[in-house]
Design a binder for this molecule. Structure first.
Ligand code: PLP
Length: 414
């Protein structure tokens, strides 16, 4: 990462860098872990909501991973990347009829049904088009994972998935009508989770539910998708998760519960997003001004909550460095790293330590590969930064170009 200043000079800032080697490393970790624990009976689906662009999806495709898409736009990006549709699972908690039709038309491998209305809609579409689609039901497992409330998705009253009882009613309908191919269940308890016990609890709950369904309906779930959510170490406050340890302890719980309930182990899916791409990303900014107030020092950069809204959303923390300051003996100053938008809340860090920051310095914010570009916006009509992929051979390749002012008004009609 030594040539980041050169890259900033060449491509301008703000700039998202994406290091291919890191992506390949995390793909390998996941692939090796499932191979070791499940053999051929499991698959990794990259959750493309973390970061979706054609250049990245081609890398994921070549790693033989599957893909989770959760909108027509994410599906479109996968199609453009030439992603094999038999490795694509379609998610979303309010899929439109057009999105469902698109998923059917392109023959995605699985649709994960989130709610009763969607289920009815899907049954009607299956009837209308004479197409039988493979489905899983997203269940709310009522597991309250220890994470930020905005990314806790599997506790009681979550907006995602259906209750155990609603699932029972739908299964009855499926078995009576035989309009879709029912494969099994999905659950996802949230994101940025560090306690393996949360995942174990989810696995145990879901196997027990599969067993209840087997006893009640004689239906044996072929598949179980346990979602993603593996935590990433952004700063020293976070532990480092060993993916291999997590997958093997989840596998142990699955084996034990399947054994206890006299069930075959279903085919297992995991859907990591953040843990595949977060560490591969670094965002570079240029300092525009350093402003002192009564009690604070603001270092204001040319980026903003537009390219990284995660502090605003979750108070997210990052490792941040002034990579222009070469003087080893210069002192660290506690500063607020602030964006250029017209919002007092437009902050990237409300307290980080930077060496002697001054106008023109390049600031690196690490671990920005996930949920930065994918959550970016054009507030204040600020163009989005480009993504430059640093390939495993060290070449720098633009995979998303910088937006122009023309791009900003390209959908406007006067
Ligand atoms: C259904 C589903 N699967 C997978 C993920 C990926 O989660 P993460 O990026 O934390 O691995 C998400 C994101 O919250 C999700 O909603």
């Amino acid at each position: 990462m030594n040539n980041m200043i050169e890259l900033a000079r060449k491509f301008g800032t703000p700039l998202y860098l994406l290091f291919e080697e890191e992506i390949l490393k995390s793909c390998e970790k996941f692939k090796n872990s499932i191979e070791k624990n499940f053999g051929k009976n499991a698959m990794i689906l990259y959750a493309s909501k973390a970061l979706s662009c054609v250049g990245l999806l081609k890398i994921i495709k070549n790693q033989n991973l599957g893909l989770d898409v959760s909108s027509g736009g994410e599906l479109f990006t996968a199609i453009k990347a030439g992603f094999p549709m038999d490795r694509v699972t379609f998610h979303g908690n309010n899929k439109s009829e057009d999105e469902l039709k698109m998923a059917m038309e392109y023959s995605v491998s699985r649709i994960v049904v989130d709610n009763n209305e969607e289920f009815e809609n899907l049954l009607n579409l299956s009837k209308k088009y004479g197409r039988k689609i493979n489905i899983l039901f997203r269940i709310n497992p009522e597991v309250d994972a220890n994470t930020h409330k905005s990314v806790n998705t599997g506790k009681v009253d979550s907006k995602f998935g259906i209750t155990f009882d609603q699932a029972r009613k739908n299964i009855r309908k499926i078995l009576e009508q035989n309009l879709v191919i029912f494969k099994g269940f999905h659950s996802h308890i949230g994101s940025q989770i560090f306690d393996c016990k949360d995942f174990q609890k989810e696995a145990e709950t879901m196997v027990r539910f599969c067993s209840d369904i087997k006893n009640e309906f004689g239906f044996e779930s072929e598949e179980l998708n346990l979602g993603g959510g593996f935590g990433v170490k952004y700063t020293d406050e976070n532990p480092e998760i060993e993916i291999e340890d997590f997958i093997s302890s989840i596998c142990l719980v699955l084996k034990k519960e399947c054994g206890r309930n006299k069930m075959n182990m279903p085919f297992i899916y995991f859907e990591p997003g953040r843990s595949i791409v977060a560490k591969a990303g670094v965002t570079l900014y240029t300092v525009g001004c350093v402003k002192k107030t009564k009690n604070k020092t603001y270092v204001i950069v040319d980026g903003s909550m537009n390219d990284n809204p995660r502090f605003v959303l979750y108070g997210a923390k990052y490792k941040i460095e002034n990579i222009s300051e070469k003087n080893k003996s210069s002192n660290f100053k506690e500063v607020v790293l602030s964006g250029r938008c017209c919002e007092s809340g437009d902050i990237i860090s409300d307290g980080c330590f930077l060496k002697n920051p001054k106008r023109g310095d390049i600031i690196a914010v690490y671990c920005t590969g996930a949920y930065n570009f994918s959550m970016s916006s054009n507030y204040n009509k600020i163009p989005k930064p480009p993504i430059v992929l640093v390939t495993k051979n060290g070449e720098a390749k633009v995979i998303v170009r910088r937006q122009s002012y023309e791009d900003l008004i390209s959908c406007e009609i006067d």
